[in-house]
Design a protein. Structure first.
Length: 180
């Protein structure tokens, strides 16, 4: 085996990426404290061809040095919008036909290992603050909550790690990939 060079990976340019089809998935960030985590969301959303990121509340938005550090350019490819209120962002997405799924430990949460994606439904995943999680106000507006099973002593994962797991799980279940 030989490690591939960056040129051999044949990655799309940001301009090419902007014009390609995306998965019918958006990410909503509910008051994310760390700009580094926000940058990771951009990078992960780029990797999985996610439609858009909504940055809400105290979540930092580009241009920001710490976002750029972890996004490594994905702020140029992934569409994003800042919305002051997560409630308004979620209400807007619901009105556009998105199912709202909060990634949070709740009574009645669906376990990720038994969750099935419906290819015909647009989905908005809400990820919450690193300390307090997704706000109860957003949980109340959600169609469901999704929980990542864990077997260790900690009760949570880093929010950007959770995003990688949930978004990979979603796109891996789809019957198609976006066209290049």
């Amino acid at each position: 085996m030989r490690k591939l060079s960056l040129q051999e990976l044949n990655r799309l340019s940001p301009e090419e990426y902007k014009t390609r089809d995306k998965h019918p998935v958006v990410v909503v960030l509910d008051n994310i404290r760390s700009a580094n985590n926000t940058g990771s969301f951009f990078r992960t959303s780029d990797a999985f061809a996610i439609e858009k990121i909504f940055l809400c509340g105290i979540t930092a938005s580009p241009p920001h040095r710490d976002i750029q550090k972890t996004a490594i350019g994905a702020t140029n490819s992934v569409d994003w919008e800042y919305v002051k209120s997560t409630v308004l962002a979620v209400q807007e997405l619901k009105a556009k036909g998105y199912q709202i799924i909060s990634v949070e430990q709740c009574d009645g949460s669906l376990s990720l290992d038994s969750y099935s994606v419906n290819d015909n439904i647009k989905t908005a995943y809400v990820f919450g603050n690193e300390v307090s999680g997704v706000s109860q106000e957003i949980i109340d507006l959600s169609d469901s909550c999704l929980e990542i099973p864990q077997w260790g002593t900690k009760h949570s994962l880093n929010v950007s790690v959770s995003a990688g797991i949930v978004l990979w799980n979603h796109v891996s279940q789809l019957n198609h990939l976006p066209k290049k």
